[in-house]
Write a protein that binds this ligand. Structure first.
Ligand SMILES: Cc1cc2nc3c(=O)[nH]c(=O)nc-3n(C[C@H](O)[C@H](O)[C@H](O)COP(=O)(O)OP(=O)(O)OC[C@H]3O[C@@H](n4cnc5c(N)ncnc54)[C@H](O)[C@@H]3O)c2cc1C
Length: 383
């Protein structure tokens, strides 16, 4: 491994950008992150952190803090048309946390590791030989430019070498955080519960407890269902389908900061050219059916820093990294698109050992000691 200090310029302080920044800085790189917003924070609702991501976050020293602020759900339960929920994933290691909290933990850790985060700093493109160009006309040279600027990545779009296939799906989701009212306080509400109705069209509420006081609700509907895609949330249309969740739905109508997003996938090849690399949604946004988009981005970001450490030649490191992570990532994208299109999760028992292969993936950055702390129940293994 090279002994001279390497420098990275990162576009985007989302989960992928902060993870790669921490992972590189902890391996001796100097790192500057450019965030277009004027604040370093995530305004989103909640997020599931699967075993694959938690092991990677453990490898960069964040797992204990995340555990302290997250819920480890008892089960993943599914209820179709109001039927008694069926349960799966008992004992499987995964966590639910609010996005602002996870982001704050990451931003703090990045600064602690010496990462410089610059706000109101919008990237407009990159040059392959390692230059990040900003909207204000300035440019920064680096050993490595990282495009972690999300699904609409300008770093990616500025370089024709990156070929993107993009697909949009018919579903969309409103995500919101609401107070966990007393009706949802017992142990039976400590699971993730996936409520579906499929007639006359698909509507789903994913109930995710994020600690004793907060619930994350993902309210999915076809985008053609205008009333169910609306913000503020229409409590009538949602309560008619999910009457038992009415108190949460009423809170959701008045919650601060709900957002609606359509489902989309972008498959990009290759993930790097010369001295520019893409991580996170800029490289592989995926349907949220399995809640694996950020988790896969985190895994790949930590594996990137680990792999580059093994090579003096950066290009060789980047090629090796992609060859290690590509198959798992492609499979996760394909699987989550299939689950979204077929609505497989609605029937329950959807987390087969094959579906769990993404969450069970162990990257090169994970030591046997870390892996041993995240045992997989036999029923969730494909080995
Ligand atoms: C409904 C839904 C539910 C999901 N649930 C889960 C889940 O439970 N678990 C999971 O693992 N994943 C989940 N995901 C996926 C996850 O949200 C994304 O994969 C993840 O947020 C992507 O992170 P990112 O850092 O790559 O991109 P982003 O989150 O898009 O962050 C990009 C950052 O870059 C900044 N930026 C953008 N452009 C520029 C620019 N030009 N210059 C500088 N800065 C810029 C942005 O402001 C932002 O801060 C879900 C997605 C959806 C839609």
């Amino acid at each position: 491994m090279t002994t001279t200090q390497r420098h990275a310029e990162v576009a985007g302080a989302g989960f992928a950008g902060l993870t790669v920044a921490i992972a590189l800085a902890r391996r001796g790189w100097s790192v500057r992150v450019h965030e277009q917003s004027d604040e370093v924070r995530d305004f989103g609702a909640g997020i599931l952190i699967w075993r694959n991501a938690m092991m990677s976050l453990d490898a960069i020293g964040l797992a204990d803090q995340i555990r302290a602020h997250a819920t480890e759900p008892t089960y993943y339960a599914t209820s179709l048309n109001g039927a008694e929920p069926t349960t799966e994933l008992g004992g499987y290691p995964y966590w639910a946390i609010t996005r602002p909290r996870l982001h704050a933990i990451m931003a703090h850790a990045a600064r602690d590791a010496g990462v410089k985060i610059v706000t109101s700093s919008r990237a407009v493109g990159a040059d392959p030989d390692g230059v990040l160009r900003l909207e204000d006309g300035s440019s920064y040279r680096a050993d490595l430019v990282v495009g972690a600027d999300g699904a609409g990545s300008l770093v990616r779009n500025s370089l024709p070498t990156f070929v993107q296939e993009r697909k949009k799906y018919k579903d969309g989701v409103v995500r919101v955080l609401v107070p966990r009212s007393p009706e949802f306080a017992g142990a039976e509400w400590d699971s993730v519960i996936d409520y579906w109705t499929l007639e006359p069209d698909a509507m789903r509420i994913l109930y995710v407890p994020c600690g004793p006081e907060t619930v994350y609700m993902g309210m999915m509907a076809e985008t053609t269902n205008e009333r169910a895609s609306r913000i503020p949330i229409d409590p009538v249309v949602w309560s008619e389908r999910f009457p038992h969740l009415a108190p949460l739905i009423v809170s959701a109508e008045h919650a601060v900061g709900p957002r609606h997003d359509g489902y989309q996938t972008n498959r990009v090849a290759p993930w790097s050219t010369d001295r520019v690399v893409l991580v996170g949604d800029s490289a592989h946004a995926m349907c949220p059916a399995l809640g694996q988009g950020a988790s896969v981005g985190i895994v790949n970001a930590v594996a990137l820093a680990h792999t580059l450490d093994e090579f003096d030649d950066l290009s060789e490191g980047l090629r090796t990294w992609e060859s290690r992570e590509r198959a798992m990532t492609d499979a996760a994208q394909a699987r989550s698109a299939y689950m979204a299109e077929t609505r497989t999760l609605a029937k329950g028992a959807g987390f087969t050992p094959e579906v769990m292969e993404t969450a069970n993936f162990v990257s090169v950055a994970i030591s046997p000691e870390i892996e041993a702390q995240y045992p997989v129940p036999e029923v969730n293994r494909s080995w």
